[in-house]
Design a protein around this ligand. Structure first.
Ligand SMILES: Nc1ncnc2c1ncn2[C@@H]1O[C@H](COP(=O)(O)OP(=O)(O)OP(=O)(O)O)[C@@H](O)[C@H]1O
Length: 181
């Protein structure tokens, strides 16, 4: 991102933001509620246009509060919708997040933490080089947190990059800090 500005509802949230993520790199976006962290991730995902500046990205997978998993389907069915598009497989994502046993369970029946793991499984399964994680630790128990940290480290070791927004400390070694507000 070069000189990126974000305006929402007529209000300038941030401007002149430069951010570069090399393969294997990570950045953590911090700042108070409403400052524009999710908006920054949506700009990075290509879902929101910056008010000014330029964005160049590789293929990205976004995990935010919208699960983007069909509530009416089983978890494996909902993940398959995405893996068919991505030409990838759901199994590694389910295994990485420790929810292989939930594959036949309808998405609507998942608990908060299970749902969060499912969203992260979708990201892991995507094979996308850039992970955009909005509050990825929310709702996770200690095992879920360990799995998230492990998945991010493995992704970076394979040359992937992570851009995360979090109020909670995230174990991301040598991550750049992007402090908004
Ligand atoms: N669709 C929208 N239209 C207008 N304003 C919006 C829209 N979506 C978000 N906003 C506003 O943009 C601002 C930034 O929202 P955003 O979700 O990016 O903040 P955040 O830093 O992620 O907050 P939090 O820490 O609470 O998750 C907020 O004031 C919010 O009300």
């Amino acid at each position: 991102m070069e000189k990126v500005a974000c305006r929402r509802g007529g209000r300038l949230l941030f401007e002149a933001l430069d951010l570069e993520l090399e393969p294997g790199a990570a950045a953590i976006v911090t700042g108070p509620n409403g400052v524009g962290k999710s908006s920054l991730l949506r700009i990075a995902a290509g879902l929101l246009n910056p008010a000014s500046g330029t964005v160049e990205r590789t293929q990205a997978a976004l995990a935010d509060e919208r699960a983007a998993l069909d509530e009416r389907l089983t978890l494996s069915g909902a993940l398959s919708f995405w893996t068919r598009l991505d030409g990838s497989a759901a199994t590694p994502g389910l295994a990485a997040m420790g929810i292989a046993h939930l594959a036949p369970v309808p998405v609507r029946m998942l608990s908060t933490g299970q749902r969060k793991r499912a969203v992260l499984a979708r990201v892991v399964a995507s094979g996308a080089p850039l992970w955009l994680l909005d509050e990825p630790a929310n709702g996770l128990d200690s095992d879920g947190m360990k799995r998230l940290v492990g998945a991010m480290a493995a992704h970076r070791a394979r040359g992937g990059a992570v851009l995360a927004a979090s109020h909670q400390p995230l174990a991301l070694e040598e991550a750049q800090r992007v402090a908004l507000g």
